[in-house]
Design a protein around this ligand. Structure first.
Ligand SMILES: Cc1cc2nc3c(=O)[nH]c(=O)nc-3n(C[C@H](O)[C@H](O)[C@H](O)COP(=O)(O)OP(=O)(O)OC[C@H]3O[C@@H](n4cnc5c(N)ncnc54)[C@H](O)[C@@H]3O)c2cc1C
Length: 435
């Protein structure tokens, strides 16, 4: 079967096995003992991290197993999606403690990428709320991993991109809410300096994110809408806002050019007339604005696209970010909107992405001329002590990876200790020298 990530490139012919139970996952592993495998959840990672010629899909490990109403701890199969958790628990007054910008990801995928949301500056990554999980090792043994049991495997698996084993079940701590609504305040920032100032000033905001017009130049470089949010004290507990739309076919790639994208970005920025603007919105448009358009990844045409997401440490943030934005604006290749978020402290997981500072994510249509530009950006990111996000990556070099993830050797040692090397591998891990 042909599969790809969310960026639709590369496309790989894979043999996919989808076990129905943890026990049958063990059988699949022993039947495939001569070939490396990789786990795959919802395939929402952008690049090649869940691609290989042999794949174990967690699609059917999708049961909700237990819920403790006192502590808010839910136990579920690794294939349960964040959307399913929201549907089940928002009406009961519980929310995800950390959520990425789409709810169509699996719990296993969220742990393996150690995803972050708009509250990293206060609450950290998804793994902070993972009590424990069960992991199928290369030997066929299933072990429980937590901060106190097999803690080395816990810290290698959270953010470990599926390279230590297959997560089968997990226990997560949800967060209580009184309403499905978000009190949102939008500020217009005329440039990057104003946006960063707003982040610093509102450091204690429960959620924060900025949507940047990355084609704006000169005094308007980095102009953005900064959106703060917090769970409302009033409103209902409905899990859904409205029916999603869908992009029915691949859009012709030439429709996306610096003029159409520039016009869209300018319209987006100017739609807010009053700043700050306070509104109450449902959590869906606040957290998942793109989930409202199914298959929006078809907008970039048949060749697909890539998302370039990097993090820079705070000290280098402003200057490094400005250098990168200038380079992108000059190339005219920017995406619709770039997303800027603040990161809090780095955690103890060996390959987790966030470092204290700022992160910027932007989409690029895939074309030959893009690659030299991204290599230039890589060099700027490295010079400023930053790194790229593995779950978005499709092209980073081994040297860039090893320089920017200094704990990669400890990660490999853990894999070797548990027999994972040579047994769990993806297109990405082979490219990055971690097969
Ligand atoms: C629109 C959009 C917005 C996004 N926004 C954010 C964001 O704000 N923050 C953020 O951090 N990420 C974000 N992401 C990325 C996304 O959250 C991650 O890529 C996530 O890992 C995808 O989960 P998945 O179930 O689709 O995993 P897949 O894409 O299937 O796999 C991703 C990785 O997880 C591994 N994996 C999956 N399941 C298991 C398992 N059971 N056991 C072991 N390893 C496993 C795979 O091997 C692979 O390495 C976004 C993605 C999209 C499409």
């Amino acid at each position: 079967m042909l599969i790809h990530g969310w960026g639709r490139h590369p496309v790989v012919d894979a043999e996919i096995r989808a076990p129905l139970t943890p026990t049958s996952a063990t059988s699949v592993l022993s039947e495939c003992k001569d070939v490396p495998l990789i786990a795959r959840g919802m395939g929402r990672s952008y690049g090649d991290s869940s691609l290989a010629s042999h794949v174990i899909s967690t699609a059917y490990l999708n049961l909700l197993l237990d819920f403790d109403r006192e502590s808010g701890i839910v136990r579920c199969g690794a294939g349960v999606t964040l959307a399913e958790l929201l549907d089940a628990f928002v009406p009961q007054g519980w929310f995800l403690p950390v959520t990425p910008g789409t709810k169509f990801v699996s719990v296993g995928g969220a742990i393996a990428s150690d995803v972050h949301g708009k509250n990293h500056h206060l609450d950290g990554c998804f793994s902070e709320f993972v009590e424990r999980f069960s992991l199928l090792l290369a030997s066929g043994e299933i072990v429980t991993c937590s901060r106190s049991e097999h803690s080395d495997l816990f810290h290698a698996t959270c953010g470990g991109m599926g390279l230590t084993g297959i997560i089968l079940e997990a226990s997560l701590r949800l967060k209580p809410i009184r309403s499905a609504m978000i009190d949102q305040t939008t500020f217009k920032a005329q440039n990057l300096a104003e946006a960063i100032e707003l982040f610093e000033k509102h450091h204690d905001a429960e959620y924060s994110v900025a949507w940047i017009d990355c084609l704006a130049t000169g005094n308007a470089l980095g102009r953005s809408l900064v959106m703060l949010g917090r769970h409302s004290g009033s409103g209902n507990l409905s899990a859904r806002s409205k029916r999603p739309m869908s992009v029915p076919v691949d859009m012709p790639a030439p429709l996306l050019n610096r003029f159409s994208i520039g016009a869209f970005n300018a319209l987006y920025f100017h739609r807010i007339r009053r700043s700050p603007l306070a509104q109450q919105v449902h959590y869906e448009p606040y957290f998942y604005p793109l989930d409202g358009i199914h298959h929006w990844n078809r907008m970039y045409g048949k060749r697909g696209f890539t998302q370039y997401q990097f993090a820079l440490p705070k000290a280098a943030g402003m200057e490094g970010m400005a250098t990168i934005l200038k380079r992108i604006a000059a190339s005219g290749r920017g995406s619709f909107l770039a997303v800027l978020k603040a990161f809090g402290k780095e955690n103890a997981n060996l390959l987790s992405f966030p470092i204290e500072g700022y992160t910027l994510a932007l989409d690029f249509k895939l074309e030959e001329a893009l690659f030299p530009l991204l290599e230039e950006l890589d060099a700027i990111v490295l010079d400023h002590g930053g790194r790229l996000y593995l779950t978005k990556d499709v092209r980073m070099s081994e040297a860039t990876f090893k320089r920017s993830y200094p704990r990669w050797e400890a990660f490999q040692e853990t894999r070797i200790r548990y027999g994972a090397q040579g047994r769990f591998a993806s297109r990405q891990s082979q490219r990055l020298g971690m097969d």
